[in-house]
Design a protein around this ligand. Structure first.
Ligand code: FE2
Length: 341
């Protein structure tokens, strides 16, 4: 009898200590390739609301995928976050993810913005639009991505180097929609129209348009919001002087890309990770992502930032995001062949 009490006491003590340690140690570990201030604010909010501490490891996506793969069963990563449908496809193909089964998360994100096996769900989208010098180009002169290869744009296009994943994914989408032959011809045509050798980032293209170096460029929509609200007056001025045009409205739709969130295959804190996914895809977090980083929410019930609403509804490409990954190597090859450095 005495022994029984003693055993019970020991058992309860161990159990008690273990569960106390567990509740004191509520964490979720994120490996993220997104680099936005809005994300950090949301992690802090999640921590505040749930008491679950969010630890973030930041690096570029290929590094994170490689690391999760290398760490295998021992990985501390519960969640993987990145931009680009092609990269999400590679993460799935690398075998480092497990399907998300949360009814709530799957309700928050429409089918078209998540993997067909729910290996990842979308977090936000962005459109790659044509921006133009308001004083030199009329929107009526613009129509499609394909049209930018027309010789009448000779010397008028500024672009960033083709090492940018944004343009690689755009080309990957054109390979899917227009076929390889037309896509390669497009690269050659648009490259022949460049006002200068490719350089800079998306913001840089807008700056060069306003500086008069070129008249049109390709740009992700959220940079327009970031520049309009920038502390740098030069960026504000540039953003105010460019027009935003959503191409391919009468044909294949404007190229959009997705940023997404996934549960790692060997996640140790699945419950916390699922709560985190449900939180980020829920309306309040989605509205904060749009308000803070000018991205389009994936949750249809979430309100967009007024700037995004001001552009109106638009038709977007309807291709499986995995095509961006499948065609990535071909896109890089076509850039090289077509002369877009
Ligand atoms: Fe970016």
């Amino acid at each position: 009898m005495k022994k029984f009490f003693l055993m019970s006491f020991i058992f309860l003590s161990i159990f008690g200590v273990a569960s106390a340690a567990l509740s004191a140690e509520q964490v979720v570990n994120i490996y993220s390739a997104r680099h936005y201030e809005s994300d950090k604010e949301l992690y802090a909010l999640f921590q505040q609301q749930t008491g679950i501490r969010v630890n973030v490891v930041s690096a570029n996506a290929p590094e994170l995928i490689e690391r999760i793969k290398r760490e295998g069963h021992a990985t501390e990563a519960d969640i993987f976050i990145t931009v680009d449908g092609g990269v999400l496809y590679s993460a799935k193909a690398a075998g480092i993810l497990q399907p998300i089964t949360s009814t709530l998360a799957l309700k928050n994100v429409p089918d078209s913005l998540r993997d067909k096996d729910n290996a990842w769900v979308g977090l936000t989208t962005r459109a790659r639009v044509i921006v133009y010098a308001k004083d030199r180009v009329k929107p009526e002169q613009l129509s499609t991505y394909e049209d930018l290869a027309d010789p009448r744009w000779k010397g008028r296009i500024v672009a960033r180097p083709s090492s940018s994943l944004y343009d690689q994914s755009l080309l990957a989408s054109l390979i899917t929609l227009d076929g390889e032959t037309k896509a390669l011809t497009w690269v050659k045509g648009i490259t022949a129209n460049f006002a200068r050798p490719p350089k800079g980032n998306d913001r840089g293209q807008a700056m060069d348009i306003v500086a008069g170096i070129g008249d049109v460029a390709l740009m992700n929509t959220y940079y327009i919001g970031q520049m309009l609200n920038s502390k740098n007056p030069e960026e504000v001025k540039a953003a105010q002087n460019i027009g935003v045009f959503f191409p391919n409205q009468k044909s294949t739709g404007t190229h959009i890309n997705v940023s997404g969130i996934a549960l790692t295959k060997h996640a140790k804190r699945v419950d916390n990770a699922v709560k985190f996914i449900e939180f980020l895809t829920g309306v309040p977090a989605q509205e904060r992502l749009s308000a803070g980083n000018y991205e389009f929410p994936v949750n249809a019930a979430a309100k967009k930032h007024p700037l995004l609403s001001s552009w109106g509804a638009f038709k977007s490409q309807s291709i499986d995001f995995s095509a961006l990954g499948v065609n990535n190597a071909k896109a890089i090859q076509f850039f090289a062949e077509g002369g877009w450095k």
